[in-house]
Ligand binder design. Structure first.
Ligand SMILES: *Cc1c(COP(=O)(O)O)cnc(C)c1O
Ligand SMILES: [Zn+2]
Length: 424
């Protein structure tokens, strides 16, 4: 199924636990020996010889597909569809938030502006490309909502069949998206973790191609595109970097549930280092909700042992009992001089309000990264001179109930000036 072109940049996988290497056609999901997450290995030597950053910068495509030469998939086709529109998200400089925090350089990259309104589009777009390449007819994923919406939307764009398992407690807007995109939607009367296990069994039994986060090695490859964009932004803006060297080390802050986004970002920066296009990776800070902090716990324990928790947070997108990409997520912070932060639901809600005031509307899991920044500044872990990039991972319209907790109710008045004057 996976007979590569004679000179394929995607050369195989390496297990993140045991280091064993596998050829592209040899494995599909995790390490057959120990269940470890697999890193996609590219042919860095020939990429380095054949490709220059300028070739990427000259790409016509503005979406994540401008990085196709660094992605382990073939061009997915689907021109003129939302599949081609994932990534390429804007970076804002929210001056008032920077002033309030006493930071000289603060940016927010808004991945809530992806086609299905979350960061997950990056992974799902690359997964749909992979499915087309290997001739998979049906794709399946477990999801707290966003990964499913992303897969449903990207799949619909190119008439690929998708089956989505989500907890029945997912926010209604996310369930609506799944249904509107025409996926086969199955709501599980249980947790995300239970839905996860069920999809793995179903994929096995029915021969479906499973996109599950932290299980399918290609999700991190899609997610690494955000790191490539941050790098290109830094180089192009000339703000932080000469072509090969980040002058001042950037700190990237992101929320963490399964740990796949943070692992994907780390992979993207490592790929750039391997190509000689980046001197050192930015520091990566992960932020977890107090009620779902299995990865932060391992980080603070100084090991890589992920002990499941009974998750309880209103940030549904990062509510995970057993993170599926925990080991690599611990390393993303540890190996880059970063750290983990843990924030309460109240701090997350407050962060939704703060970001809203500069025109960025986030769902709770998106605001979690900003809540972590506030804490890191107060703790002195981020200093005024440190340049910081906060990643907003999801749009606020995804979870209106949580948004309304961040603001007072609007007054209702009779339509008269007299009534208006009473409240103004
Ligand atoms: C999935 C998700 C996350 C966390 O990503 P993980 O890979 O599970 O760590 C954060 N924010 C939003 C909005 C998400 O949908
Ligand atoms: Zn292994």
């Amino acid at each position: 199924m996976d007979t590569a072109l004679p000179k394929e940049k995607f050369v195989g996988y390496r297990c993140s636990l045991c280091g064993r290497e596998f050829a592209p056609g040899e494995v599909t999901y995790t390490c057959p020996v120990d269940g470890g997450n697999l890193d996609v290995v590219l042919d860095y030597d020939s990429l380095r010889q054949e490709l220059r950053p300028e070739d990427i910068f000259a790409a016509g495509e503005t979406s994540l597909w401008r990085y196709l030469p660094l992605l382990p998939v073939a061009d997915p086709g689907g021109l003129g569809t939302t599949l081609r529109a994932a990534g390429g998200t804007p970076v804002f400089a929210p001056g008032r938030l920077a002033d309030k925090l006493g930071l000289r350089n603060l940016w927010i990259k808004d991945d809530g502006r992806n086609p299905t309104a979350s960061f997950k589009d990056r992974a799902s777009a690359v997964l749909v490309a992979r499915a087309r390449q290997i001739g998979a007819e049906v794709m399946v994923t477990a999801s707290t909502g966003n990964a499913g919406a992303a897969l449903a939307g990207m799949a619909a764009a190119v008439a690929q069949k998708a089956v989505i398992f989500a907890p029945r407690t997912a926010p209604p807007a996310k369930i609506a998206q799944l249904l509107i995109y025409g996926a086969q939607v199955i709501l599980v009367d249980g947790t995300y973790d239970q839905a996860f296990d069920l999809t793995v069994q179903a994929a096995d039994e029915f021969g479906w191609y499973c996109r599950n986060t932290g299980y399918n090695p290609f999700t991190a490859e899609g997610k690494k595109s955000a790191a490539l964009e941050i790098w290109e932004w830094a180089v192009q803006e000339g703000r932080l970097a000469k072509l090969r060297d980040l002058e001042t080390r950037l700190t990237v802050i992101v929320s963490v549930g399964d740990g796949n986004i943070i692992s994907g970002l780390h992979k993207g920066f490592k790929d750039l280092v391997a190509l000689g296009w980046l001197a050192q990776t930015p520091r990566i800070f992960g932020v977890q909700a107090e009620g779902s902090a299995a990865i932060a716990n391992a980080f603070f324990a100084g090991n890589e042992t992920i002990v499941p928790v009974a998750s309880n947070t209103l940030a549904d997108s990062i509510s995970v009992d057993l993170p599926r990409d925990g080991v690599r997520a611990v390393r993303a912070a540890r190996q880059t001089g970063g750290t983990y932060l843990v924030v309460s639901d109240a701090e997350i809600i407050a962060a939704i309000g703060e970001m809203g005031k500069v025109g960025i509307f986030t769902e709770p899991a998106g605001a979690t990264a900003y809540a972590g920044l506030v804490k890191a500044v107060h703790n002195g872990q981020i200093k005024p001179e440190d340049p910081v990039m906060v990643l907003n991972t999801g749009n606020g319209l995804k979870d209106i109930k949580a948004a309304m907790m961040a603001v007072p109710e609007a007054p209702v008045i009779e339509p008269s000036m007299a009534a208006l004057k009473k409240i103004i």
